[in-house]
Design a protein around this ligand. Structure first.
Ligand SMILES: [Mg+2]
Ligand SMILES: [Zn+2]
Length: 202
């Protein structure tokens, strides 16, 4: 189903959209502009924790066009990102890197659907894009992934896009599709050193 899996090569990184994927999105046309407005979606932190435990790198890629508008409060954006990291950490989840596009429409190569943030992450973090997937709730997330050569999962109840490799209702079920159950179980078991006993001398 996911491109990397189809050819039997293990997945290496998962690119994650922010608003509408990890946290509750702002009203249409608006943005999450302050830490108080950042509320995690149910199960999102646990889903990212599962990616972490499966050894996959997690990279946030988010469009924040409001930062290009006059008077935008950059400090509030930084505080909002910090809040996200904090809320995830409270549930044992982490992002390995976070990229954002602060630009206006059609003024850069990083605002999704353009692939610039994925290109930069691949370069800076030595990520193989053909062994990566992007998960997001907008067709522009899928388009960015296609342009960069990653697999793509579109989120949303009833969402559809001919470009997406898969459509799932939410991040937790996307992660179900990405992590083979046995591999996740194995990883989890090995993280609990006392789950089974090994006799030292016999
Ligand atoms: Mg989104
Ligand atoms: Zn940009």
């Amino acid at each position: 189903m996911i491109a990397a899996h189809a050819v039997g090569r293990p997945l290496e990184a998962v690119f994650l959209d922010r608003d509408g994927t990890i946290n509750v999105p702002a009203a249409a046309g608006d943005y999450v502009r302050s830490p108080d407005e950042l509320v995690l979606l149910p199960g999102a932190a646990a889903a990212i924790r599962r990616l972490n435990r499966a050894g996959l790198r997690t990279v946030l890629v988010t469009n924040q066009r409001w930062l290009s508008m006059p008077g935008a409060d950059r400090a509030a954006f930084v505080a909002t990102q910090d809040r996200l990291v904090e809320l995830l950490a409270a549930e044992g989840a982490r992002l390995d890197a976070a990229y954002h596009c602060p630009h206006a429409h059609r003024s850069c190569l990083c605002r999704k659907p353009a692939p610039g943030m994925l290109w930069r992450a691949a370069d800076e973090l030595a990520i193989d894009l053909t062994r990566s997937v992007i998960v997001g709730d907008a067709v522009s997330d899928v388009q960015a992934g296609r342009a960069a050569g990653t697999g793509t999962i579109l989120l949303g109840a009833g969402a559809r896009s001919p470009l997406a490799d898969a459509v799932r209702p939410d991040l937790p079920s996307a992660v179900d599709a990405l992590i083979p159950h046995r591999a996740a179980q194995r990883r989890q078991h090995l993280e609990e050193p006392h789950a089974c006993g090994r006799q030292e001398r016999f």
